[in-house]
Design a protein around this ligand. Sequence first.
Ligand code: UDX
Length: 478
Amino acid sequence: HREKDEEMEEPLESHVLVLPFPAQGHIKPLLCLAKVLATSGLRVTFLNTHHNHRRILPRDPCFSPSPLLCFESISDGLPDNHPRSLERLEELVLSIKTEMKAHLREFLLRKRVQFPVTCIIADGIMSIGIDVAEELGIPVISFRTYSACCLWTYLCIPTFILEGKLPFPDDDLDKEFHGLPGAEGLLRRRDLPSICRSKIDSKLYRYFIDENIAMTRACALIINTFDALEAPMLSHLAPIFSDVYTIGPLHALATQSNVGQFSGRSESVSSLWIEDRSCMVWLDSQAPRSVVYVSFGSLVKIAIDQLMEFWHGLVNCGRPFLWVLREDVILGEKEENVKSLLSELKVTSQTRCLVDWAPQEEVLAHPAIGGFLTHNGWNSTMESIAAGIPMICWPRIADQQINSRWVSEVWKIGLDMKDTCDRSTIDKMVNILMEDKKEEIMKSMARISALASDSIGPEGSSLRNLERLMENIRKIGR
Ligand code: UDX
């Protein structure tokens, strides 16, 4: 390393370790940031779990988009054959807290001899990064992959519990929910993060609440949003964190810096699944703004009945659709039944195209796409905003419920079908989005999308914050 470093402009001592939570929706934005930092001359190590490292770099383990970006991995402590699925998330998070933490400490001590890490950027739900950094005296910055509105809600949950608002006193999810500063009159119980519907003494509940509190120990917060989108919510976060860097939409910032996609590779290195690019050819044959893109992200699973409601709703709405149906998307069915159903559905025709995994950013940027039926994971929401595509929201877990409320009621860039899933609603919503209310929703979307684009432009807040972040990382290193 040494010989190479002497020729580089960046002083030897800056070395950032980027530590994502081991899931697609976390790896993607943290890797975007890692790429941007490395392209700007900072040395970066991206630390995956062995399990995800093998999935991300299956063909060429030495591949790197930049000489300054290095991919390494440690064990998450689970056996190789563990499914690491949403249903068994508790085992994963407990293993992260104990086994993986010990591996992280060993890794950093090894690096200390070889190439000391001067700053850790830890995922907002990987407080093991904060614990070990504090132990070893390394500055740590927290990167929360959620929206500001969701982070603020999570931070208020302990107060809601003290005030007796959580758990909900009864089962009526349509009741208004009061008490979130800055959101008075906006929320029903069903709009709160999904965790609020579960028992407050569960291990997962504790994990997510504790992780959000732990984040406030970091020396700064990075968040993938932009000031013009979430100023009111960000104003609540500012007094809690020493410094806040809003750098969204990060995927667009990364693409702008020419590091979002890698030339010479057919699939993006930030995906745990291989992209099926045949859908791009199919999209080329469709009329402008005619296609509904459907995807529920990387974690959500659905029951077979729900899947069939979506199928009939989409067929009945009479518009062409492109649907991402992951192999593992169906809940609680025998593998052979799932396989045969999916192969029956996945027959491409002029009006429909179903794939295992799509190049989503490219799909959303395609002129044929007119609407996005989404689970409202925060990455998908930001990607939709950046591409200017209005949404139909079907949120399932975590932050998705609150994101969808903001999409429909605050930004007015989509329709929220939260907790309903029947063919007539799906059919109706698609037609409202793509016809009846098209102009109205497109107008709000065009405005918000332009703000997103401004935020990463030459004088934009996100670009300025990114530059400030890099400057501070360099200072920490000296
Ligand atoms: C979940 C959360 O809901 C999210 O808000 C949180 O920050 C991380 O965990 P996930 O289900 O993965 O995330 O959804 P999302 O945040 O939307 O991320 C999915 C990513 O996968 C997006 O960046 C999307 O572009 C990508 N994707 C999805 C593809 O590249 N191809 C696909 O076919 C589907």
